[in-house]
Design a protein around this ligand. Structure first.
Ligand code: 5RP
Length: 221
C-alpha cells in the first residue's frame, strides 16, 4: 500500500471516535485532510468543528462542516490530528505544516487526542524530524542562540508566516532523550510561542496506517 493509502486508512478509522452531537477539534496536514473528507460523510450528526489552521477551516467549509471558534465551543471531547513523528508512548513531534501552536491549544482543550498517521511516522525516539519552534519575529536570533545552547541548529523556515503572524525555526540535531523536559525548556525561552513536542500533553490514541491494516496504540499499552 502507498503512504497516501495508509494515511487515508488511519484517517477513516478515526471516524469511529466521532459521536453524535460532538464538536470536535480538527488538525492540519495531508492526513488531517483525509479525515476532513471522511468527516463530510457524517457532518449531519456533529455540532461542528474547531480548526487548527486557516487551511483546515477552508477545507471544512468547502465540505459544509460548521466551523466554530474555540472560545465559543469550550472544552472539546475529541481532537483528531496527524504527526511528523510518534513514539509507542504516544509522544509526538508536530508542526511540519506550521500549525503547531493552535494544534497544541486544541490538544490541551480536548479530553481525547487521537493521532492519525502512516507507518513511516512511528519512531523509537523523537528527533530525526527537525523540531518546529514558533517564534515571535523580534526574537528570532536570540531564540536561535538559546536553541544552539540546547544542542540544536535552528534553521528559519523560508518564506513562511504562521497563522499567528510568527516565524518557524526548524531545529536540527537535538537530543530528545527526555521529551517532557525539553518541551518545557524550549517553552521557557523568551520569544518562543510554542514548540512541536507534544509530550506533556501526548496523544491518547495513535491510529497507524500500515501495509497490513490500521494498528491501534493506546496510552499505557
Ligand atoms: C501540521 C502538523 C501535521 O500534523 C504534520 O505535519 C503531519 O502532516 P501530514 O499529515 O501531512 O504528514 O503537525 O502542523
Amino acid at each position: 500500500m502507498s503512504q497516501e493509502a495508509n494515511k487515508k486508512a488511519a484517517a477513516e478509522a478515526a471516524i469511529e471516535y466521532v459521536k453524535t452531537g460532538m464538536t470536535i477539534g480538527v488538525g492540519t496536514g495531508s492526513t488531517a485532510n483525509f479525515f476532513i473528507d471522511a468527516l463530510a460523510g457524517v457532518k449531519d450528526r456533529i455540532e461542528g468543528a474547531v480548526a487548527s489552521s486557516e487551511e483546515t477551516s477552508r477545507r471544512l467549509r468547502e465540505h459544509e462542516v460548521p466551523v466554530l471558534d474555540l472560545d465559543h465551543a469550550g472544552d472539546l471531547p475529541l481532537y483528531i490530528d496527524g504527526a511528523d513523528e510518534a513514539t509507542r508512548n504516544l509522544a509526538l513531534i508536530k508542526g511540519g505544516g506550521g500549525a503547531l501552536t493552535r494544534e497544541k491549544i486544541i490538544a490541551a482543550a480536548s479530553r481525547q487526542f487521537v493521532c492519525i498517521a502512516d507507518q513511516s511516522k512511528l519512531v523509537d525516539s523523537l528527533g530525526e524530524f527537525p523540531l518546529p519552534v514558533e517564534v515571535i519575529p523580534f526574537a528570532r536570533a536570540y531564540v536561535a542562540r538559546q536553541l544552539s545552547g540546547l544542542g540544536g541548529r535552528a534553521v528559519p523556515r523560508g518564506d513562511f508566516t504562521t497563522d499567528n503572524g510568527n516565524l518557524i525555526l526548524d531545529v536540527h540535531g537535538l537530543d530528545i532523550a527526555d521529551p517532557v523536559a525539553l518541551e518545557g525548556a524550549i517553552d521557557h525561552i523568551a520569544g518562543v510561542v510554542s514548540n512541536g513536542l507534544f509530550a506533556r500533553r501526548a496523544a491518547d490514541v495513535l491510529l497507524l496506517g500500515t501495509d497490513s491494516g490500521v494498528r491501534v496504540f493506546e496510552a499505557g499499552d
